[in-house]
Design a protein around this ligand. Sequence first.
Ligand SMILES: NC(=O)C1=CN([C@@H]2O[C@H](COP(=O)(O)OP(=O)(O)OC[C@H]3O[C@@H](n4cnc5c(N)ncnc54)[C@H](OP(=O)(O)O)[C@@H]3O)[C@@H](O)[C@H]2O)C=CC1
Ligand SMILES: O=C(O)C1=N[C@H](C(=O)O)C[C@H](O)C1
Length: 245
Amino acid sequence: MGRELCRAALKTEGITLAGGTVEPGSPEVGTDLGELCGAGKADVVATEEPTDDAGVLIEFTTPEATVGHLAHGLPHVVGTTGLSEEQLANVEQAAESVPIVLAPNMSVGVNLLREVVRDLSAKLEGYDIEVVETHHRNKKDAPSGTALFLARAAAEGRGERLEDVAVYGREGLSPREPGEIGIHALRGGAVVGEHRLVFYSEGEEVEVVHRALSRRTFADGALRAAKFAAKAKPGLYGMADVLGA
Ligand SMILES: NC(=O)C1=CN([C@@H]2O[C@H](COP(=O)(O)OP(=O)(O)OC[C@H]3O[C@@H](n4cnc5c(N)ncnc54)[C@H](OP(=O)(O)O)[C@@H]3O)[C@@H](O)[C@H]2O)C=CC1
Ligand SMILES: O=C(O)C1=N[C@H](C(=O)O)C[C@H](O)C1
């Protein structure tokens, strides 16, 4: 995502690329970011820590790096997924003094789908809900942040907490309980990101699907969120705030 974001930032009006990080100790420290992302020389180099000269820090790294970068006190767009409860609490605390947009999926479509899912879940009373996500073989966290985001919307539609109804994967000899929300992760090849929610009754099956066709869609969403964060008051925001949805 770092490379995708660099390419998008270098081409987007109203955005200036101020810096970019690589993992500490990486051989890419000091490399020109434009050359690193295949866009030609940009005269900005990769560093181990974010520059404090930036107006906004956009984060697609690891949960540990994300929490570490909060110390810079910059307006922050966090796309990193797989954060623990404790790491999320760190983000919430930082948002008391700076604006932070936290979104497991920066695409317009997924964020609009959230409302559709909540509504369907409320109206398709008693239907069995299953969430299936598919990603490329290099994705580290499972299930995806987006699967959890959409599953949480489905639980909310029924007045439930996801923690109380989620079943991750299935194995063994227990039949499906009423009200469960099943969550399943597939990993393979170069799939950018697919999220499927299926609502089953005995007589019908209703499916909603989002397919990201390019990682550029996440980068464009993150830049839109950065423009929002640059002007926002301290607080924790989501993509719905950015999109005005
Ligand atoms: N919200 C959204 O829309 C999206 C979210 N994501 C999420 O973004 C995250 C990153 O995804 P992806 O780019 O595919 O993952 P990668 O593993 O390919 O990239 C992670 C990047 O973080 C850098 N990094 C790791 N540790 C540090 C550190 N301590 N300091 C600075 N930089 C560090 C790595 O640097 P190096 O290059 O040196 O290894 C690498 O460039 C994941 O959590 C993913 O789920 C992904 C797509 C969309
Ligand atoms: O790691 C990825 O690739 C993606 N991660 C995000 C997630 O965990 O939901 C968003 C997107 O699906 C791509």
